[in-house]
Write a protein that binds this ligand. Structure first.
Ligand code: ADP
Length: 189
């Protein structure tokens, strides 16, 4: 099973990805998580990415395309994967299509998780308060920037994948278990 989870920050992509990983036994490939690990490990890539991420901007296509291409070659990705946070731009989607062709793989679906922007702001402001260890980009001002970047750069990917007939839309404002059930129904249709 090869899936992309698409949706604005706070829509629940990470939460759903973790549940689906257990259900399908395939890895969760989150460019955001990989970049945050690189920041924590203070690698050159992490140092370069930190400032951009803390502003709510996108890291370069070159960096994230490289991360994903490398990740696809790992043994655990042979059985499939759940992409979360990648692709985020049309250039990344085109690079992904090319990687899939080269590696002889194809996508099973693109799950679009929708939610009202104001619900998302509330969720993320709460996530920052409750976790105590807030992500550098989980404050309201940066979040609004991330939502703008999503609308401008990433939302067009819904059309991109619609043209490939891959999009299944799920309402992300339902309770977590219902979103999971809706995704499972959507990808088995
Ligand atoms: P969220 O799900 O809240 O949008 P992520 O953890 O997916 O957050 O990403 C956090 C930040 O990491 C993004 O705002 C961006 O700076 C960077 N990032 C993650 N994935 C990508 C990507 N595919 N392209 C460019 N930047 C990325």
């Amino acid at each position: 099973m090869r899936l992309i989870l698409l949706g604005p920050p706070g829509a629940g992509k990470g939460t759903q990805a973790k549940i689906l990983v257990d259900a399908y036994g395939i890895p969760h490939l989150s460019t955001g998580d990989i970049l945050r690990s690189a920041i924590a490990a203070e690698t050159p890539m992490g140092l370069a990415a930190k400032e951009v991420m803390d502003r709510g901007d996108l890291v370069s296509d070159e960096i994230v395309n490289g991360i994903i291409s490398e990740r696809f070659d790992a043994e655990d990705a042979k059985a499939g994967f759940i992409l979360d946070g990648f692709p985020r731009t049309t250039t990344q989607a085109e690079a992904l299509d090319q990687m899939l062709v080269e590696k002889g793989m194809s996508l099973d679906g693109v799950v679009e998780i929708t939610a009202d922007p104001e619900v998302l702001v509330g969720r993320i402001v709460n996530r920052a308060k409750e976790s105590g260890v807030a992500r550098g980009d989980d404050n309201e001002q940066v979040l609004r920037k991330r939502l703008d970047v999503y609308r401008e750069m990433t939302a067009p990917l819904v059309d991109y994948y619609q043209r490939q007939g891959l999009v299944r839309t799920v309402d992300g404002t339902q309770p977590v278990e219902e979103v999971t059930a809706a995704i499972r129904r959507a990808v088995h249709n």
